[in-house]
Design a binder for this molecule. Structure first.
Ligand code: PGA
Length: 257
């Protein structure tokens, strides 16, 4: 069975003290999530990562702490970057790769994403690989081609044993931070497509791979996505920034209809 995952992406928000308080407040909630086979996660900024991971370990809070990005080299002249061994050294085991904001503002390509994915996997870490199309591509019916290329190029050199350790996230760019979430049918179709591409490349292991939807996920719509057969969770920006709405995301997910 694929456990559901609710992963909050805090982007460039939250000062260290507020971030620490947020995580400390999650104890009861994280136990509730675990009892319901749901994993919770947060991706804070680099400056908060170590503190938050330390708190999470010390207080036994069941929340995955993920980086938002990493570099594909171990070290070197890359001003402003953070490497995978650096993340490992502070016990971080997850990193988002290829978020559309990184692709758009920092020129990340499928090729650099591929190098990051390979580096993370080599270090036994979990990449959360984001794919998705722009509004124009969506309107021109190019979603399948774009996503297929992102997956094939991003997975170059990844073995069958490794692919199950990757979490995929379908995030249509037109739905991120816009309030215009993709319908659950659109999201399901693309997540099913991603699974079928992985199946073509690697076979049955595709059934073990988790695929998230992201883009204007809120407490009001999270359950609809998570009941779709190929959607295994959500990558959540805005609604993960406030404790109340983060808590509501979990409560709505586990609520009986
Ligand atoms: P949003 O962001 O939930 O604020 O739309 C999602 C994301 O960028 O991962």
């Amino acid at each position: 069975m694929r456990n559901k995952l609710l992963l909050g992406n805090w982007k460039m928000n939250m000062l260290p003290q507020a971030a620490a308080n947020f995580v400390k407040s999650l104890k009861g909630m994280s136990d509730l999530a675990r009892r319901n086979n749901i994993e919770l996660g947060l991706a804070p900024t680099f400056v908060c990562l170590k503190d938050i991971r330390d708190i999470q370990i010390r207080e036994g809070i069941n929340v995955i702490i993920s980086a938002q990005n990493c570099h594909y080299e171990d070290n070197g002249a890359f001003t402003g970057e953070i490497s995978v061994p650096m993340l490992k050294a502070i016990n971080i085991e997850w990193s988002i790769v290829g978020h559309s904001e990184r692709r758009t503002y920092y020129n990340e390509t499928n090729q650099t994403c591929n190098l990051k994915i390979l580096k993370l996997l080599k270090n036994n870490m979990v990449p959360v690989y984001c794919v998705g199309e722009t509004l124009t591509q969506f309107e021109n019916n190019e979603t399948s081609d774009i996503v297929k290329t992102q997956i094939i190029e991003g997975l170059k050199g990844v073995s069958k044993e490794e692919v199950a350790n990757i979490v995929f996230a379908y995030e249509p760019i037109w739905s991120i931070g816009t309030g215009k979430n993709a319908s659950k049918e659109i999201a399901e179709n693309v997540c099913a497509l991603i699974r079928s591409i992985i199946n073509d490349l690697y076979g049955e292991v595709s059934e073990e791979v988790r695929i998230l939807y992201g883009g204007s996920v809120k407490p009001e719509n999270v359950k609809a996505y998570l009941t779709m057969p190929n959607i295994d969770g959500a990558l959540i920006g805005g609604a993960s920034l406030h404790l109340d709405s983060y808590r509501e995301l979990l409560l709505k997910t586990i609520a009986e209809d």
